[in-house]
Design a protein around this ligand. Structure first.
Ligand SMILES: [Fe+2]
Length: 271
């Protein structure tokens, strides 16, 4: 059995909470509460129904010179032939497989979170080797006003190697820890995107180099086939190593959360 390994950093000022499900645990009972806690859900030994594992497990991954983060392939990139640019594959087949993977992901999402009203869903492919990016909070583009709750679901499609992530403090914890030192009372809480980017710049991407190994790190080693789910705006995270994943992103109407006070805009407003 493949089992995700989790290493807790004991120097953390706050407890790191996670939900680790090993199929066939009862998925649906705890999914809402776990997701709305903001901390990651990790799911081992679960097969997404009607997902073409054979095709994507056999799909090649590729390299950049410095193994850095590059823009994932989104549907618009696939239509323009992005896979063809980076690896030699039949783009028409890839597009067809992308569409059926999207349907399989969507069914999986709905089987876990059917009570949420959703606005946008998108599937992206990240198939280049990535070795150590900065600790960060995800900043969403201008199409995201911050009024929606962002969920990201990931699947490790490497057949041999794990994906290794590190998690650190949440936006709430950073705000408390650095409130005086970084003058966080100056931040504008009415604009979610600006708030998160300014909080990141002051608390993580700063002169103390908190983006690399200064803040505590809880390491998670996700085996081939593992699935993990979290709100990447809420908790700081860093990729240590990985070759190949898919990411299914959903914008959830915040008013349909079980606890609307846990929406990202309300969390920030109430800091
Ligand atoms: Fe991220």
């Amino acid at each position: 059995m493949n089992k995700t390994q989790i290493t807790i950093d004991i120097d953390s000022k706050y407890k790191f909470i996670y939900t680790h499900l090993i199929y066939p645990d009862n998925l649906k009972d705890c999914m809402y509460e776990s997701f709305e806690s903001g901390y990651p859900i990790i799911l081992d030994n679960y097969q997404i129904e009607n997902f073409n594992y054979d095709y994507f497990y056999n799909f090649p991954f590729w390299f950049t010179e410095k193994n850095e983060w590059v823009k994932p392939w989104y549907p618009s990139d696939i239509k323009k032939g992005a896979p063809m640019r980076d690896v030699s594959v039949d783009n028409d087949i890839f597009l067809k497989e992308h569409k059926s993977a999207f349907i399989a992901w969507d069914e999986f999402y709905k089987s876990c979170f059917s009570d949420y009203k959703t606005k946008n869903k998108i599937l992206s492919h990240r198939y280049n080797q990535l070795i150590v990016n900065k600790l960060h909070l995800d900043l969403l583009d201008d199409n995201h006003t911050g009024n929606d709750q962002q969920m990201r679901m990931f699947l490790n499609l490497d057949t041999i190697k794990p994906r290794i992530l590190a998690f650190s403090y949440t936006i709430e914890q950073l705000f408390v820890i650095f409130y005086n030192e970084k003058n966080l009372y100056q931040l504008d809480k009415s604009n979610v995107n600006k708030f998160i980017s300014e909080l990141r710049n002051r608390c993580i991407w700063n002169d103390e180099k908190n983006d690399f190994f200064t803040l505590p790190r809880h390491y998670i080693t996700l085996n081939p086939g593992a699935i993990w789910i979290f709100n990447s705006q809420w908790i700081s995270h860093q990729i240590i190593f990985g070759n190949k994943i898919q990411c299914f992103e959903v914008d959830i109407d915040s008013s349909t959360l079980k606890q609307p006070s846990r929406s990202i805009s309300n969390i920030i407003k109430n800091l």
